[in-house]
Design a protein around this ligand. Structure first.
Ligand code: AMP
Ligand code: GLY
Length: 425
């Protein structure tokens, strides 16, 4: 199999790493890829424009690509799957219409309401006055969400009415996120513990993965501003096997069936962000792709052949694929540049990578790096996802931090408490 992989972050490095393990995979071309992906024997990085969809499809034809795998949501929301399918090129990832589950929060809420999928009470508001009146009626705490893609920054969890009203002014008045904020979803504040449950689907069959938990706040103890994710672990014990089965039956399968019913079947990875309180599970959000950094802990636990599973999703034959998992745990610690998620410097030399990579049961995923004169330098806010596996979360966590301590770069920082919720149990 010849694979085209779209994206160049830590998630895509984990995808390339797992795909390369398949004996069926001959070659992986990553656009744009990253230095970590480039170091994998079967992989080469290709400098094409990620948003030029027709050129990507031309390239897939020229290189006789058997399967294209899409990492980032932006490409899916723009319709990369539609372009490839029209040209008869198999692709793992939902169509533009199906990717609205992530691309429009209002659309996702309407689908959930129509098909009885559990989620927070909400109202969709298309103008500033209606939005403010609704907030005043409901009071705080309350959650305000820009409808469209806002690079993960479009959600305000408001503890006071003023915060919520200010959010409306920013999103709808100042148009902070442009068109993405033309309408907003205002919803009930949910209490509980969050977990991410991702699933493979071909539009009919739904196979859940191992549940993971992300750490979105920048500092220890879940303090400070939100980030793209400072670390993850899997399996997340909050998601017991009973709850995982419940989420599959009451959320994942119904939403996939709903999308088929609507005439816009969903194929690829469906990511459900869930809020769990006791035996109650509600949807916080859907994403139309793998999570980052969830993928960095989920894929090391996958025993089966990822390339076969993905081809099964793309060709409607997931029911014939084996999806088995190792009975192990994984922890990923993100090493970031000082200042992230605010402004930070790049171009710092990263040392100790080889020593960390040589450790048994550890793997270092590159997220924001670049190569210059044979050296690996920092090139982003989130730089590396240092991942380890072991028989328990504790063993995996200790090993991940052993690996982290071997790696140094100027002004690096990382959270010291990844997996604390699992370890507290
Ligand atoms: P989202 O982009 O929808 O995942 O929202 C970002 C984060 O905001 C989530 O991971 C939650 O921590 C929080 N959040 C979103 N919606 C709610 C809600 N209704 N109640 C409480 N927290 C929420
Ligand atoms: N880790 C959160 C996300 O990928 O959306």
């Amino acid at each position: 199999m010849r694979i085209l992989l779209i994206g160049g972050g830590g998630r895509e490095h984990a995808l390339a790493w797992k795909l390369a393990q398949s004996p069926k995979v001959e070659k992986i071309f990553a656009v744009p890829g990253n230095p970590g992906i480039g170091q994998i024997k079967k992989c080469s990085c290709v400098a094409l424009k990620i948003n030029d969809l027709e050129s990507l499809a031309d390239y897939a034809e020229e290189e006789s690509i058997d399967l294209t795998v899409v990492g980032p949501e932006a490409s899916l929301v723009e319709g990369i799957a539609d372009v490839f399918k029209r040209r008869g090129l198999p692709i793992f990832g939902p169509s533009k219409a199906a990717a609205r589950l992530e691309g429009s929060k209002a659309f996702a809420k309407e689908i959930m309401a129509k098909y009885g999928i559990p989620t927070a009470f909400f109202k969709i508001c298309g103008d500033l006055e209606t939005a403010k009146a609704y907030i005043k009626e409901k009071g705080a705490p309350i959650v305000v969400k820009a409808d469209g893609l806002a690079a993960g920054k479009g959600v305000v969890v408001a503890m006071t009415e003023k915060e919520a009203l200010d959010a409306i002014d920013e999103i709808m008045g100042d148009q902070k996120f442009g068109e993405a904020g033309a309408s907003v979803v205002i919803e009930e504040y949910m209490e509980g513990e969050e977990a991410s449950l991702l699933a493979f689907t071909d539009g009919k069959t739904v196979v859940p993965m191992i549940a993971a938990q992300d750490h979105k706040r920048v500092f220890d103890g879940d303090e400070g501003p939100n980030t793209g994710g400072m670390g993850t672990y899997a399996p997340a014990p909050v998601m017991t096997s009973i709850l995982r089965a419940k989420a599959t039956e009451q959320i994942l399968k119904p939403v996939v069936a709903a999308m088929a019913e609507e005439g816009t079947p969903y194929q690829g990875c469906l990511y459900a962000g869930l809020m769990i309180k006791g035996s109650d599970i509600k949807v916080v959000e859907f994403n139309c792709r793998f999570g980052d950094p969830e993928t960095q802990v989920i894929l090391p636990l996958l025993k089966s052949d990822l390339a076969e599973i993905m081809l099964g999703c793309a060709t409607g034959s997931l029911d014939r694929m084996e999806v088995k998992w190792w009975n192990q745990c994984a922890v990923c610690v993100v090493m970031a540049s000082g200042g992230y998620p605010g402004s930070y410097e790049t171009g710092k030399e990263i040392k100790g990578l080889k020593e960390a990579e040589n450790m048994k049961d550890a793997v270092i995923f590159h997220a924001g790096t670049m190569e210059k004169d044979g050296k690996i330098l920092t090139a982003g806010g989130r730089v590396l996802g240092v991942t380890a596996t072991g028989d328990s979360i504790l063993i995996a966590r200790d090993l991940a931090y052993d690996a982290v301590r071997k790696i140094t770069f100027n002004k690096s920082f990382y959270r010291k408490d990844i997996a604390w919720r699992a370890l507290k149990r």
